[in-house]
Structure formats: structure tokens, C-alpha cells
Design a binder for this molecule. Structure first.
Ligand SMILES: Cc1cc2nc3c(=O)[nH]c(=O)nc-3n(C[C@H](O)[C@H](O)[C@H](O)COP(=O)(O)OP(=O)(O)OC[C@H]3O[C@@H](n4cnc5c(N)ncnc54)[C@H](O)[C@@H]3O)c2cc1C
Length: 295
């Protein structure tokens, strides 16, 4: 479907001057859609996806309020309107290995210059590449409306394809990530048809190390379920055990056996199962090495 098509829907376009004005607009009860980089929303609107739309709320004038990466006590806070390309080049983000792996693998430079982290998460695709890294870091989604602010753990945020824990009058303002733990490492890997593409499957692993023993282990997979999928309960089985290639292989097998992917236009369930085992094992090994461990 060509994205050079015109927008067919009739709607009003408003670019509020402040976050306060944007939240007021969202509270009017009209069908307001937030436009960040537009790399998901405009593609859907031009492709004729039925999206109720009376007002398009362009965030361009509030970017100065929500485009930031800041240290906040022991946490890292990322503004929702921060561009993917800004994060990709940010020194602090490099310490969050899995997020840092994921960013340059997303789309093309042109799309990353427009697309935002808030748009990637609010779009709630099972294939959203920043989602699984945020899951293994136990990130918090900070949401605001004219009525106040609330926080949601990213694990509880995704509800289904295109559906998330956001009311019609709410907006994501930022994400909070705990400080990187000492002796920790993480890794994001993805398989695609061609490089700048949505994943057939992605795997993210996070490990903490106490000598040669695993003291924390988390795994999340993209594009294998209706939402980005946390397999942290299965991964817990590796905690307090000595790290080894055999242990990572066994864990990867268990995780691949637990998922129920589907056939779709990007891949088959069978291929996703095979890739899950391979990618999880490789991601665990790399995460362990990045944590300073030797196998
Ligand atoms: C060619 C191409 C390749 C792509 N490749 C990848 C890829 O490899 N991996 C990947 O994960 N994605 C990919 N994408 C999807 C897209 O680029 C990303 O999801 C991007 O991060 C979306 O951000 P955006 O700012 O453009 O969102 P928008 O399109 O502006 O918004 C997306 C949705 O989020 C809502 N929204 C935006 N910001 C907020 C907010 N602050 N609060 C609440 N709701 C909000 C919008 O209303 C809309 O529903 C690709 C897209 C294209 C066009």
C-alpha cells in the first residue's frame, strides 16, 4: 500500500502550545489522536485503517517538554517524544545494552529521525522493538491527563495488538528505567526479512552475575504473541545456578516450548519456534559476557 496516498478522513488539526493545553484538548471527549513522529499513525490513516478521528493533536510544539533523557535520582527518565535516533546516539542509553542494540535495528535512519519511543510503545504492536528491552529493565510508563498523573509497570501496559493501558484522555509523558545494576548485561536480537523491517521475532535477555552464578535472569520475546511477551517466570528457573552453555541451552528450549506463535505474512509459527530457541540462547550468552561473565 503506497504511503503517498492522501489522507481521506476529514479532521481538525491542532498543535497545542504546551503539554497542559494538549491534556486539556484530550479531555474534551472528542476523538482526538496524538501525532508524534507519525511513522505508525500516518501510515495507518493513509492505508485506510478505520481510526475514529475528529482532531489530530500534533505534538510538535510540546517536543521541548517531552524530548529529553535525564537522570532522576537512581533512575533514568526518557521523555515520550524523544526520537529513536536521539536515543541511539545517547551515551547513557549505551549502558542499557538491549535498548542500545534494538534502536539501530529499527526501520531506516529517516524513520528513526521521525519516530519516537512514546509512539513505539503507545502503538502497542507485538513487534515494537523498544518494548522487550523496557520489559527486562522493569520500566515504568508515566501517563498524564488533565485529571492527574499515574504510573504503570510496562509488564501490565500492553493489552493486545494495538491496545494498551491508556484512556482516551491520557498521554504517555515519559518512561522511568532503574539504574543499570553492577555486573549486569543485556542483549536484544531480531530476525527480519530485510534489514530495515518489522521483526519476524525478537529476543531480549537480561542477566545479573554474582561471580559465576546467575543472580537475576529475565527474557522477553517480540512477535510471538498478541503483545510483547515476558517469559520472566521461566527465566527465574536459572537464578542461583552456575552459568553455562548447557544451562542457557536448556532455558532457551523451555522458552521456545512455552510460546504459541502464529503464522502471518512475516513468518510461520514453526520458523518462529525454531528461531526463538536459537535467539534466546545467543542473547543469554551475549548478556552474560556483557555482565563480565565467562562461559
Ligand atoms: C518503514 C517503517 C519501518 C518500521 N520499522 C520498525 C521496526 O523495525 N521496529 C519497530 O518497532 N517499529 C518500526 N516501525 C514503526 C514505527 O516507526 C515505530 O513504532 C515508531 O517508534 C512510532 O513512533 P511515532 O512517533 O512515529 O508514532 P506515531 O505514528 O506518531 O504514533 C503511533 C501511535 O501512538 C500514539 N502516540 C504517539 N505518541 C504518544 C504519546 N506520547 N502518548 C500516547 N499516545 C501516543 C499515536 O496516537 C498513535 O496511535 C516502522 C515504521 C515504518 C514506516
Amino acid at each position: 500500500m503506497s504511503t503517498t496516498r492522501l489522507l481521506l478522513n476529514e479532521f481538525e488539526y491542532i498543535a497545542p502550545a504546551s503539554l497542559h493545553d494538549a491534556l486539556d484538548l484530550l479531555s474534551t471527549g472528542n476523538d482526538v489522536k496524538i501525532l508524534a513522529g507519525g511513522t505508525d499513525l500516518l501510515v495507518k490513516l493513509k492505508s485506510g485503517v478505520d481510526i475514529p478521528l475528529e482532531i489530530l493533536l500534533d505534538t510538535k510544539n510540546i517536543a521541548q517538554e517531552l524530548d529529553f533523557v535525564a537522570r532522576n535520582g537512581y533512575e533514568l527518565e526518557i521523555g515520550s517524544l524523544t526520537k529513536l535516533s536521539t536515543l541511539e546516539k545517547h551515551d547513557t542509553i549505551r549502558k542499557y545494552h538491549a535498548l542500545s542494540d534494538a534502536l539501530p535495528l529499527m526501520a531506516s535512519v529517516a524513520v528513526r529521525n521521525m519516530g519516537t519511543i512514546g509512539g513505539n510503545i503507545a502503538n502497542a504492536s507485538p513487534a515494537a522493538d523498544t518494548a522487550c528491552p523496557l520489559i527486562v529493565y522493569d520500566a515504568t510508563v508515566c501517563v498524564s491527563s488533565a485529571d492527574g498523573d499515574r504510573e504503570v509497570l510496562i509488564h501490565d501496559f500492553f493489552k493486545g495488538p494495538g491496545q494498551c493501558d491508556l484512556l482516551h484522555d491520557e498521554m504517555i509523558v515519559s518512561f522511568r528505567l532503574p539504574e543499570v545494576a553492577p555486573n549486569s548485561g543485556s542483549c536484544f536480537l531480531k530476525k527480519t526479512r530485510v534489514k530495515p523491517d518489522i521483526s519476524k521475532i525478537s529476543a531480549t535477555a537480561y542477566l545479573e552475575r554474582d561471580g559465576d552464578v546467575i543472580s537475576a535472569c529475565k527474557v522477553a520475546l517480540g512477535s510471538v504473541a498478541a503483545t510483547p511477551l515476558c517469559l520472566c517466570e521461566i527465566a527465574l528457573g536459572a537464578v542461583a545456578k552456575k552459568a553455562s552453555l548447557e544451562l542457557f541451552e536448556e532455558l532457551a528450549k523451555k522458552i521456545a516450548a512455552a510460546i504459541r506463535p502464529i503464522d502471518d505474512n512475516r513468518s510461520t509459527a514453526e520458523y518462529r519456534h525454531a528461531l526463538a530457541e536459537m535467539l534466546v540462547k545467543e542473547a543469554l550468552e551475549t548478556a552474560w559476557e556483557r555482565a563480565g561473565g565467562i562461559l
